[in-house]
Design a protein around this ligand. Structure first.
Ligand code: 13P
Ligand code: SF4
Length: 313
């Protein structure tokens, strides 16, 4: 645990290194508040991908997880993209290995199934390269409309987001059975308890949560959609929030008039993403100082780039 004095010293070192390296920092809303505070750009997966495509600085420090930094590199082949901790992965991306997806697609084709593969951005570049479309929680409905009506939709890797979108779009999906380790372990019992304790409260949930959580929620949306929804409430309100806990920092910063209560996990009150938590102020300082770890171009990025560009930009 850092003291405030140590934190300020790190802020200063990072600011100086950013200037020297001509670097810009992008941070996802699930990063620690101290990291979001010093990032030039914060956002959800869609906003960060779009902003990454517009960057003019030669160095991007991506404070998020591996698939996000990989997307930034794919959209900026000539730039240096640093990920403060290369081990910042994602359970959802891990739940769909590219060879397993390829095998399943081949089986479907052999059975004569006509389909297109729609993949959540929380996936590796190799999986993106096997896909027809990439979606985020922020653009999924719009992209699904682009899938020809005579094609089935193979949705990977998040089964819960897939089921939610299936209900929303009224189209049948073939669901890959992946899930996010953070959103899957919220306690629906505690969520109901919070609602009972404060009947005036409003419950908001990320679509990566299981169906029984979404059924109990007043609003379902990705992180950017949640911010928009909360921002539209003029009267001070208490929100029960079922998403990664660092999102509360962003809510409180933008909407101090409201109260935000994190919905706890089943086993403990903590619902932080352990992968996002790998990025720390020290690691950000170190990666700017040493210019490593860096995302380097891989052969599958070429095909992934085409799919990302037509889906997200
Ligand atoms: P969004 O911020 O795009 O809603 O994504 C949530 C998430 O789980 C990122 O890993
Ligand atoms: Fe992956 Fe879930 Fe962490 Fe997002 S919150 S990075 S989906 S494990």
């Amino acid at each position: 645990m850092q003291t405030l004095v140590q934190e300020v010293a790190l802020y200063e070192e990072i600011a100086e290194l950013k200037k020297q390296r001509k670097a810009i920092m992008l941070a996802h809303y699930y990063q620690d508040g101290a990291i979001q505070e010093i990032a030039e750009i914060t956002g959800d997966s869609l906003k960060l991908a779009r902003e990454a495509a517009k960057v003019t600085d030669p160095v991007i420090v991506f404070c998020g997880v591996h698939f996000m930094a990989e997307t930034a590199k794919i959209l900026n082949p000539k730039k240096t993209v640093l990920l403060p901790d290369m081990a910042a992965g994602c359970s959802l991306a891990d739940s769909c290995p590219a060879p397993a997806l390829k095998k399943f697609q081949d089986e479907l084709r052999a059975q004569g199934v006509k389909f297109q593969t729609v993949t959540y951005i929380n996936s590796t570049a190799a999986v993106k390269a096997l896909s027809d479309w990439i979606v985020t929680s922020g653009n999924a409905r719009e992209i699904i409309e682009r899938v020809p009506k005579d094609c089935q939709i193979l949705f990977t890797p998040d089964q819960h987001l897939g089921r939610f979108l299936m209900d929303e779009t009224k189209r049948p999906f073939i669901l890959w059975k992946g899930s996010c380790m953070v959103h899957e372990v919220f306690s629906v019992v505690d969520m109901i308890r919070l609602k009972k304790q404060n009947p005036q409260s409003v419950t908001i949930a990320h679509p990566e949560c299981p169906h029984n959580m979404l059924e109990q929620s007043d609003f379902v949306g990705g992180t950017e959609a949640m911010l928009k929804y909360v921002g539209g409430k003029p009267i001070p309100t208490t929100f029960n929030v079922a998403t990664e806990v660092n999102m509360i920092w962003q809510f409180e910063k933008r909407f101090p008039q409201h109260t935000f209560v994190p919905v706890p996990g089943i086993a403990c009150a903590c619902n932080a993403c352990p992968h996002m938590a790998k990025n720390t102020l020290e690691r950000i300082r170190d990666c700017l100082r040493d210019m490593t770890p860096e995302i380097v171009w891989a052969p599958e990025f070429d095909q992934a780039e085409a799919v990302i560009r037509r889906s997200l930009l």
